[in-house]
Write a new protein. Structure first.
Length: 124
């Protein structure tokens, strides 16, 4: 998905929030606004794909979302989307391993983070 394609799905005041619980890499703070969130997603997710991180649609608390897995099929993180009137209002990224264990074997998020950073260096 392109940045503009992503942007079209987001409400103007969308927020992306992360929960690493101090046990996994996470956003330093929430990202707000459609432009900022779209740019972040359009930058990060292609890098993750190059690091062989895959996602599958997954319902989260009755809302649409996605489950991300590392190349070994271990759970890396989950996204939950709060959708209203066809637009994404909030994106919640949970990467805290304590909150993912019920979904399967949990990946080493720190190792995956380092791998994604290496991919980024090679593509710059």
């Amino acid at each position: 998905m392109t940045w503009r394609g992503c942007r079209a799905q987001l409400s103007a005041d969308v927020q992306l929030v992360g929960d690493g619980g101090g046990k996994a890499p996470q956003l330093a703070r929430a990202v707000s606004g459609a432009e900022n969130v779209a740019r972040l997603l359009a930058t990060v997710y292609p890098l993750m794909a190059r690091a062989d991180i895959r996602f599958e649609p997954h319902e989260v608390n009755g809302q649409p979302g996605a489950l991300f897995r590392d190349r070994d099929g271990k759970v890396l993180h989950i996204l939950a989307l709060d959708v209203l009137d066809g637009q994404i209002q909030t994106i919640r990224s949970v990467i805290n391993p304590d909150k993912l264990g019920h979904l399967g074997t949990v990946a080493d998020a720190w190792a995956v983070d380092q791998e994604v950073k290496q991919v980024r260096k090679r593509t710059q």
